[in-house]
Ligand binder design. Structure first.
Ligand SMILES: NC(=O)c1ccc[n+]([C@@H]2O[C@H](COP(=O)([O-])OP(=O)(O)OC[C@H]3O[C@@H](n4cnc5c(N)ncnc54)[C@H](OP(=O)(O)O)[C@@H]3O)[C@@H](O)[C@H]2O)c1
Length: 253
């Protein structure tokens, strides 16, 4: 596949936490769509080992002992000829046009903060995928203290404090294992990706979503971030499921 949309042609993408489940599945999907992707890691050799497998066409199955309870990375074998996918450091992420936040919420700012000075003033797009309210087997996912904005993207935006950065949130309710290089694993069960944030960033990320065969579901600007934060105080599980069902109906699925 090649990126068909002008708005993303030539854009570079870097994923922080790129060796994680979301990071690897999205790296493969975007690379297969013809995009230039850097899988960033605190240890480049960890990312390089995964990339070697992907570029050899073998996909990547995370060793069981490294996987979180609930499942690990499972990209199926796929022809990777022409993929523009490379490994990078955390600092390398600052060079990309679009920086994706793919670390667990509690650790994300610790990492983004180390490159904040390289990002400020540069007009980057930052895509926040972090889910503060989804409890994980390793103990992360304990929410955001009530005195702070009740949405990860707003917390990160406030911490970076840079008026040139364009913020967007997306992919929060998409299970990593459903993101395959050629599109959604089972489109009949869901192919929509909620996206909300600053208009230019929403436009770009919507094009990135389409590029790997999913369907953007725009929810609004950053003012809806607290309303749409997955399982946050303003969006209980039943609301998430009702929204998903309404989306599938309106998409004719
Ligand atoms: N899993 C899903 O289906 C899903 C769906 C939507 C959104 N999300 C969100 O996406 C993010 C990633 O989820 P995931 O399931 O892909 O996580 P994951 O598999 O645990 O991967 C997270 C990555 O973050 C890095 N990391 C781990 N511990 C760290 C630490 N202490 N400090 C800094 N970096 C650390 C690691 O990369 P390196 O070791 O290479 O640095 C790791 O590969 C989370 O915020 C999650 O809430 C997940």
């Amino acid at each position: 596949m090649q990126p068909t949309c002008n708005i993303i042609a030539g854009l570079t993408i870097a994923i922080l936490g790129g060796t994680g489940r979301m990071g690897v599945h999205l790296s493969a999907a975007w690379a297969n769509a013809g995009l230039d992707v850097t899988m960033c890691s605190r240890r480049v050799h960890k990312a390089q080992a995964i990339i070697d497998e992907l570029l050899a066409g073998r996909g990547y199955l995370q060793p069981r002992e490294e996987a979180l309870e609930g499942g690990g990375i499972m990209v199926p074998p796929h022809d990777a000829s022409g993929w523009k996918l490379k490994a990078g450091t955390v600092e390398d992420a600052a060079k990309a046009d679009v920086i994706v936040l793919g670390v667990m919420y509690e650790k994300q700012w610790e990492q983004l903060g180390t490159i904040a000075e390289l990002i400020r003033g540069k007009g980057k797009i930052i895509l926040d995928m972090t889910n503060p309210w989804i409890p994980r087997p390793d103990g992360y996912g304990q929410g955001i203290p009530p005195e702070m904005p009740q949405a990860a993207v707003l917390v990160h935006q406030g911490r970076l404090g840079d008026s040139t950065t364009r913020w967007v949130a997306a992919y929060k309710h998409v299970l990593w294992a459903l993101i395959l290089p050629d599109g959604p694993k089972s489109p009949q069960n869901g192919d929509g990706v909620e996206v909300y944030g600053e208009p230019t960033a929403v436009e770009v990320v919507s094009a990135l979503i389409r590029a790997h065969g999913w369907r953007p579901v725009p929810r609004g600007g950053l003012e809806v971030a607290e309303e749409y934060e997955l399982f946050g105080p303003r969006r209980p599980a039943q609301q998430v499921f009702a929204d998903a069902a309404a989306d599938m109906l309106s998409a004719g699925r």
